[in-house]
Ligand binder design. Structure first.
Ligand SMILES: Nc1ncnc2c1ncn2[C@@H]1O[C@H](COP(=O)(O)OP(=O)(O)O)[C@@H](O)[C@H]1O
Ligand SMILES: O=P(O)(O)OC[C@H]1O[C@](O)(COP(=O)(O)O)[C@@H](O)[C@@H]1O
Ligand SMILES: [Mg+2]
Length: 341
């Protein structure tokens, strides 16, 4: 078989480890050939390919980013669609696609699979917002980077008796905030799934200050106060129509300072959370998912996504995985909130 691999959506530590795992298993065990589609679905629509012989994936599991490049191209637009894509596959002798992406990419994969293309999905995202898998690779690395940043902000906060408001990524789910906040001992964690008023936030801040400590508040980019319409997005849309989130920390920090009198600073960690080498956990998870994706292709399990369930890698339906976002359950926030203030 000749298998095409693509990486689509925001990049994420571990993408290269998936590619390596897939190529090594496919080459060694099944004798498959691999090509990479460049720039996500764009390469599929335009037939922009690179060969992926075994030596091309040597040493890749520790490398950040993706050797294939990524984009947020919609495969149903700009000359795409199932018939045109099938022509590109036929022209290049490609039998099946392994699509590595987040909930957007996998929704596209599900539609193309429903339209008859042979596709297997691999869940990637630092946000951990994909359902049907316990974790997506990239999340552990992002949490590690955010935790280190919060630890560092805490020492400078203590030196100046300031309040630090630290904004992390995650789009419409608060997993990175919840885990990094718990790991770093934040005094409050604000996530999109759970409402909190500015009065409640200031109560937590004042209680920390009254104990002689410097308050550290972690906020997820998708969080909004009850007085706001929705997630803060002052930068408009990206070229593919998605709201550019970010900046809620810059709104909350001055509100805290005004109401409590505590000098406050906002830090937006941003894309550092997505860059660089994957953690050991993510290298292992990504490699295992890459291996499993080739097994799913070999078995003709079209329309499935490989996923982590406990310590096992299993196959699930992409339709099920993309029906709803994997939101933080209320009980997980309640558990963390016992330690706030
Ligand atoms: N319903 C859909 N049909 C076709 N393409 C989609 C659909 N939803 C998302 N996509 C495409 O997938 C791209 C990647 O999705 P995005 O959410 O940006 O990243 P990720 O895959 O990492 O979640 C989107 O920009 C869009 O072009
Ligand atoms: O790469 P961009 O366009 O700046 O997008 C930033 C967004 O991408 C992410 O890092 C990852 O999101 P996806 O997994 O959906 O691509 C989000 O946390 C963040 O909101
Ligand atoms: Mg996404």
């Amino acid at each position: 078989m000749r298998i095409g691999i693509l990486t689509s959506g925001g990049d994420c530590p571990g993408l290269n480890a998936v590619i390596r795992g897939a190529v090594l298993k496919g080459d060694r065990v099944y004798g498959h050939d691999f090509v990479g589609f460049k720039w996500g679905w764009k390469g599929v629509v335009e037939g922009d390919l690179m060969e992926l012989p075994r030596h091309r994936v040597r040493g890749l599991s520790k490398e950040g980013g993706t050797i294939l490049g990524s984009s947020r191209t919609n495969p149903y637009e700009a000359g795409g669609g199932p018939e045109n894509i099938q022509k590109v596959l036929d022209k290049n002798g490609i039998d099946a696609i392994i699509a590595i992406g987040g909930e957007g990419t996998l929704t596209a994969a599900r539609r193309l699979s429903d339209d008859g293309l042979k596709i297997v999905g691999v869940p990637k995202t630092i946000d951990n917002d994909i359902a049907s898998t316990d974790y997506s690779f990239g999340f552990d690395t992002a949490v590690g980077i955010a935790t280190e940043a919060i630890d560092r902000l805490r020492t400078t906060a203590e030196s100046h008796q300031r309040c630090m408001v630290v904004e992390v990524m995650g789009r419409y789910v608060g997993w990175i905030a919840l885990h990094a906040g718990m790991a770093a001992g934040a005094h409050a964690i604000l996530i999109p799934e759970v409402s909190a008023t500015i009065e409640q936030i200031c109560e937590w801040v004042e209680s920390v200050r009254d104990r002689g400590r410097a308050p550290v508040i972690v906020v997820s980019e998708g969080f909004h106060l009850p007085t706001m319409d929705g997630a803060h997005s002052h930068k408009g849309l990206d070229p593919f129509g998605r709201p550019l989130l970010g900046g809620i920390a810059d709104i909350i920090a001055p509100m805290i300072e005004e109401r409590t009198g505590i000098e406050s600073r906002a830090t937006v960690i941003g894309h550092i959370q997505r860059g660089g080498a994957p953690s050991a956990f993510d290298r292992v998870l990504a490699t295992r998912l890459g291996i499993a994706s080739v097994d799913a292709v070999q078995a003709g399990k079209w329309g499935t996504m490989v996923a982590l369930r406990g310590t096992d890698v299993v196959d699930v339906s992409i339709t099920d995985a993309t029906r709803n976002l994997n939101a933080v359950p209320r009980r997980r926030w309640d558990e963390a909130a016992l330690l706030f203030g």
